[in-house]
Design a protein around this ligand. Structure first.
Ligand code: HEM
Length: 328
């Protein structure tokens, strides 16, 4: 346990040594994203090669672009592992580093506690040196079929789990040079360094309009600001579809919001309201989960749902992991 806590301190020290707030947000975000890309290749229906958290991502594959900014020989995090924790597998170490960041960036509840995922942590994952084609199991940003494919069908999670995990998009940002999707889910870089339920508030309270990407005109996402805004805001189709049915064609998520001068807040499609799911649509479960995260005065529902989903996602496919006490 002492070592586990030491990793929290060491990761916090790396973050505190970074001066630029955008770089801090990117460091936080990329470590969490790295763990997600390690576990999102799990396929419980493939008994030959289910994959999952195994310290293996295909660094050259397009969906993983940007992950090597925190994990390459010479990076602070890699050096920390190499110099102090080389006996710990990459898979275990990445999860501990992510848990450290989530603890550090989460908000205190009424009793002064933060989100500490220590009780979800089991160790003993073996690293793989090769996981070819794992990237083909990673979701694209196209829409909710992708969310269903990765989380419900292959990882065996629920809509509530999927919605909770996607709440991690409260941290960090997208980049033109990596995915082509650029901007933050949050309105500013201060918010993009706090792990809280703000993602859901942003999703339901703003007018998100479709944006064709200059980096890839065949792909789109959603924004609330002009394309050349220095701090554009962003929601991916896989985020927007948790509440809005975006499959019927381009639409704006809130056509009912107006500026003081009467102009619509929608950047485009100001007359076309995105429909919401009706009770017979299975995706209503996603919307209900978003409502659950927003219910109450604090992050309690989000933190509890995230804790459950993170445990399932990081242990998926493993049958002999051990509790920290067993390492003593
Ligand atoms: C349907 C599933 C998902 C899709 C399609 C998706 C897509 C993306 C994309 C396109 C980016 C921008 C990458 C870049 O250009 O830098 C991103 C960033 C990020 N993702 Fe996801 N993601 C998914 C699930 C997850 C999950 C499960 C987590 C964690 C639990 C996560 C955490 C993050 C974080 C924290 C960032 C910010 C990284 C940074 O600041 O560089 N994502 N995601």
């Amino acid at each position: 346990m002492a070592r586990y806590r030491e990793i929290y301190d060491d990761v916090e020290n790396i973050a505190s040594s970074i001066n630029d707030p955008h770089e801090v947000a990117h460091f936080y975000g990329t470590v969490i994203r790295l763990v997600a890309h390690d576990f999102m290749d799990h396929d419980s229906t493939d008994s030959n090669d289910p994959m999952g958290s195994d310290g293996c991502v295909d660094w050259n594959a397009k969906p993983n672009a940007g992950l090597n900014s925190v994990w390459h020989e010479g990076s602070d995090l890699f050096e920390l592992w190499q110099n102090k924790y080389p006996d710990i597998s990459w898979a275990d170490f990445w999860i501990m580093a992510a848990n450290a960041i989530i603890f550090d960036t989460s908000e205190e509840d009424e009793s002064g506690g933060k989100l500490d995922l220590v009780d979800t942590f089991l160790w003993g994952r073996d690293d793989r040196s090769s996981c070819q084609l794992s990237d083909t199991r990673l979701p694209t940003t196209a829409g909710c079929q992708q969310v269903e494919g990765v989380f419900l069908e292959r990882m065996g999670l629920t809509w509530r789990d999927a919605v909770a995990l996607l709440g991690a998009h409260t941290l960090g940002q997208g980049h033109k040079m990596f995915s082509g999707h650029f901007g933050m889910w949050m309105p500013n870089v201060d918010e993009a360094r706090i792990f809280n339920r703000q993602y859901y508030q942003e999703l339901v309270s703003r007018s998100w309009s479709p944006r064709i990407l200059s980096t890839n005109p065949f792909e789109s996402d959603f924004t609330t600001s002009e394309i050349d805004d220095p701090n554009p805001k962003m929601m991916l189709n896989t985020d927007a579809c948790l509440v809005y049915d975006i499959e019927g064609g381009p639409c704006c998520t809130r056509t009912d919001l107006f500026k003081a001068n009467g102009e619509s807040h929608c950047v485009t499609m100001e007359d076309t309201q995105c429909p919401v799911y009706d009770a017979s649509n299975p995706r209503i479960e996603a919307t209900n989960a978003v409502k659950e995260m927003l219910d109450g005065n604090d992050n309690a529902n989000f933190y509890e749902a995230f804790r459950e989903a993170w445990f399932k996602a990081t242990t998926n496919g493993h049958s002999s992991l051990k509790t920290i006490a067993e390492s003593c």
